[in-house]
Design a protein around this ligand. Sequence first.
Ligand SMILES: Cc1cc2nc3c(=O)[nH]c(=O)nc-3n(C[C@H](O)[C@H](O)[C@H](O)COP(=O)(O)O)c2cc1C
Length: 337
Amino acid sequence: MIHPPQIATLLALTGQRLPIIQAPIGSAATPDLVIAVCKAGGLGGLGLTWDSPDEVAAKVTHLRQALPGSAFFANFVLHFPCDGFDAALEAGVPVVTFSWGIDAARIARAHRAGTKVGVQVGNAEGARRAVDAGADFLIAQGVEAGGHVQSTTPLATLLPQVVAVAGNRPVVAAGGIASATTILQAITEGAAGAMLGTRFLATREAAVHPDYKAALVAAKAEDTAFTNCFDIDWPFAMHRVLRNSTFTAWEAAGSPQPPHRPGEGDIVLRQNGAALVRYCDTPPGPDATGDLLGACLYAGTGVSDIDSIEGAGDLVTRLWAEVQAALAKTRHEGAPA
Ligand SMILES: Cc1cc2nc3c(=O)[nH]c(=O)nc-3n(C[C@H](O)[C@H](O)[C@H](O)COP(=O)(O)O)c2cc1C
């Protein structure tokens, strides 16, 4: 197996076998998704920001039993209280990742529990603060990313800035990566691994509605928008979504502020016993009903590279085999005659 040198540090740190990481993708990341990714050698993880301590303990314990000796991670979005963080440590989570904040006290608690910590950043200043706070590895999230986006900078510009600040800490690249070509590009530019979110939404195990998965397969990068349109439940946080009927009607109306937006207050989705209004930040889950494609459909620019729904484990295996083949070809072509 061919490994550019920076990858070895990440693999030794987190215990994963391949430098492909499934991003925390909110409730779309199920234990089945994480297990499939980890069994294929990647690093999978759950978003546990909104879970209670008991729910967090149960999920981490379940994954530890399903993946004996294998790494996985729990993600916490520090804009929110993250009540289950200490429960995750107590249950023995091997790796945690943070986004939307840097918390030296929580990083120190994780280290005391033997847990490694990755911090997602969107600029060089954030990278500096994460290093000072004790992060073991950094995740550089470019503006191409799907979901909520911390950055306003393209990944190709951001990555070398974060690598320069990170010193000997590995840096994972995130945002718009959904193919072997873009994984290899990130590695070539100094990343120790690639984190893919949108690509894992279009897998059999992801807990989102099949119509949303089909929309991802059909979409191209230019069908995404970096916006604050879907701001209910998390105002003032930019995100990247598909340009759907709700977005285009809002844009055509001049992007008005609440409560003056078209269709404000309409019920857009019903799921898990709840009625969700237009502009809420929840995507359609597997059993949702209503105006499914008018809901918030997170997507990064990497949608251009998604052309089928795959099993998550097969996806990890295929992507890494393609990266290996491309690396071998480069070495062969670069070798002296
Ligand atoms: C549906 C969805 C939900 C997400 N939820 C979270 C989350 O809970 N916590 C987090 O740190 N990042 C979250 N992200 C952002 C990812 O961590 C990652 O930065 C992003 O998916 C990378 O870009 P890509 O989607 O283009 O691969 C989410 C992304 C998506 C697409």
